[in-house]
Write a protein of this length. Structure first.
Length: 409
């Protein structure tokens, strides 16, 4: 008799984003003529930069010739891409990295989910609330969340509240946590941490032998000067932080799939007997066993983003989405909403009016004016009473959606 991993049964039966999609699809079937505009889902709308396309086309051609054909590549990624990451993403910020501290992957969702495999089941996990739901779901599926308590929260997870009361900046938890997920600029609140705010977390991790999983999927959206782009800009972070970044929202790679995870050699975890183990080795082991590397063609595409043309194209793309976020922020503020984020992030986080629940507001917006938002409740308990809009749609659709909202409100 084959036994299943029963931890999977602990998850709600629906995935939050599928639930939204189902409601939107049903609305479209009932109203086939409705021009539905989605500012809800996190996918991008603009095409891949020309430099990346050109590089990928030529990489495909290489595969057609036995002399240049590539089969399995290095599991943790090609050095041509790692060189660019070291030289352009980290060196200008004063961070030095070795090639074997960088792991190229097929998207940061895989890595933020899979990274839990290398840690013990009895860690206390700190998760900010609201946040990208994958951290909690992966902990549940991996049997690391403990048991469900009376208030419907997991015993091994410490939820760190972020609300307008603390400007969505998480305070250090009173309970001791061992693994901490931080996502900055944050999805969904769009808030970024200053150096001083992030330093508190690095210091906490160093003092408590904790490890921070730093999800920097939106680092390229940072516009303000006092905001660190990488957690390694904070002294000591190489001893306690794993950083995960993605080309998805930076360069429209949501469909192509490419990201990277940095695991510095200095990070140490412990066995139950107190033996210190280098975490980099465990992640290397995990990757070389479970993964055969991101495709050569896609890595060539990512490499081209670091060429002068590529960098310019990425800059323009990010600026395009940030301008959309600005339009959303300004229009909703004019309409009287309380609006957060959207300055160092494509995400705009908005309080629902009149204490409406986030799912009710989602339905009103969809059914009344055919605009899709993301209900805040899907990002955690503290997300209730908020909704998220993103700057990822086209300029035309963003402007049209804002006109509809301002007339409607
Ligand atoms: N991390 C955060 C915070 C995200 O919002 C997303 C996607 O929306 C991801 C990771 C996953 O991105 P990727 O496309 O690299 O898997």
């Amino acid at each position: 008799m084959a036994l299943i991993n029963e931890n999977y049964l602990k998850l709600p039966e629906y995935y939050f984003f599928n639930e939204i999609q189902q409601k939107v699809n049903a609305h479209k079937i009932i109203n086939p003529k409705a021009n539905v505009i989605s500012l809800g889902l996190g996918d991008v709308s603009q095409p891949i930069p020309a430099s990346a396309l050109k590089a990928m086309k030529s990489a495909v051609e290489e595969l057609s010739d036995p002399k240049t054909f590539k089969g399995y590549g290095p599991e943790t990624g090609y050095n041509f891409l790692k060189n660019c990451i070291i030289k352009y993403d980290y060196a200008p910020r004063g961070v030095t990295l070795n090639h074997d501290e960088i792991f190229i992957s097929d998207g940061s969702k895989s890595d933020v989910g899979n990274i839990g495999h290398i840690f013990g089941r009895d860690n206390i996990i700190g998760i900010t609330d609201p946040v990208y739901p994958v951290y909690e779901n992966a902990a549940i599926m991996g049997g690391r969340s403990g048991y469900l308590t009376d208030n419907n929260l997991w015993s091994n997870i410490v939820y760190i509240p972020c609300s307008s009361k603390n400007n969505f900046v998480p305070e250090l938890p009173k309970e001791k946590v061992d693994i901490i997920y931080l996502c900055y600029p944050n999805n969904p609140t769009g808030i970024a941490l200053t150096k001083a705010e992030l330093k508190k977390w690095v210091d906490y991790a160093l003092e408590n032998h904790a490890i921070i999983i730093y999800d920097g999927a939106y680092f390229s959206y940072i516009t303000e000067k006092n905001i660190p782009h990488s957690i390694y800009e904070i002294k000591g972070a190489k001893k306690c932080a794993i950083e995960i970044r993605s080309y998805s929202k930076t360069a429209g790679f949501t469909g192509l799939r490419c990201s990277y995870t940095v695991v510095p050699h200095e990070i140490i975890g412990f066995t139950l007997y107190g033996n210190a183990i280098e975490v980099n080795k465990l992640w290397w082991q995990r990757n070389t066993t479970y993964y055969n590397g991101t495709s050569y063609v896609i890595q060539k595409g990512a490499e081209a983003l670091y060429s002068p043309e590529g960098m310019q194209e990425v800059k323009e793309m990010v600026s395009y989405y940030l301008t959309n976020a600005k339009i959303i922020r300004e229009e909703l503020t004019k309409c009287g909403f309380s609006v957060y984020g959207g300055v160092n992030s494509p995400h705009v986080w908005v309080k629902t009016p009149h204490h409406t629940t986030s799912w009710k507001f989602f339905q009103e917006l969809l059914y009344d004016i055919n605009v899709v938002c993301t209900p805040g409740a899907g990002f955690g308990l503290m997300g209730e009473g908020y909704f998220r809009l993103t700057g990822f749609n086209s300029r035309e659709n963003t402007t049209e959606a804002m006109q509809r909202i301002s007339k409607w409100i």
